[in-house]
Design a protein around this ligand. Sequence first.
Ligand code: ADP
Ligand code: ADP
Length: 230
Amino acid sequence: MADMELRDLRKTYRRKGRPDVAAVRGIDLQVPSGELLGLLGPSGCGKSTTLRMIAGLEEVTGGDIVVGGKSMVGLPPQRRNIGVAFENYALYPPLTVRENLAFGLSARGVDRREAARRVEDMARRIELTDLLDAKPGGLSSGQKQRVALARALVRRPDVLLLDEPLSHLDAAQRDTTRRELKRLQRDLGHTTILVTHDQEEAISLADRIAVMKDGVIQQIGTPDEIYDRP
Ligand code: ADP
Ligand code: ADP
């Protein structure tokens, strides 16, 4: 577990023969250890770009990303202890769910028995035990989303990044997964950024919400502070 700080984080996409896109224009953010921060804003405001920079999947144009007192800028993704469950971060089809979850643990020096134990434990927590020997191709999109979440968590990341984790679920799956996410957050207390364009989702899950627009954070506070609910 670690706290995270973004300092004047910036991203400009430069494109040949076309205008630059200033996608992220100076974000300052402190996420205390164990907090679930909802990053809320309309499509195109820079949420995914921010997550991708934190994960190391996109180079930063300026600023710093500090996790547990250590700068992540310039480190490749595999040298950052950051768990990501992104829609486009696909599961590996030839491997079973169990193998997908264990992937990367051995590379990190976790021995096979310990890796197997962690996978079983995580599968139990988020009710994936029955799916461990299935291949991703046969799973529903809701099940795939839960496997992606489990794969991110099983590494015991310092920071967890979730990009629209409920977006492709039907109403029933959405309720189940939302409850699971809340329980996991309470039990494991990961420092988490959850990206969403859905206000209700942010209100129901986040400790604090940062409202993003046009590449900057406009407002930040608890759901009650931001929405002044009865
Ligand atoms: P969000 O996740 O909030 O929808 P994005 O971070 O995906 O926002 O996009 C922010 C802005 O950056 C948008 O204007 C988008 O079109 C642009 N953008 C995103 N990725 C690229 C890219 N690879 N090249 C150029 N522009 C991009
Ligand atoms: P680690 O878990 O060791 O940090 P990453 O998740 O950062 O590894 O991924 C390292 C590389 O492996 C990336 O190029 C990523 O696209 C790829 N990768 C991630 N997950 C899988 C998987 N389940 N199967 C195959 N390749 C994967």
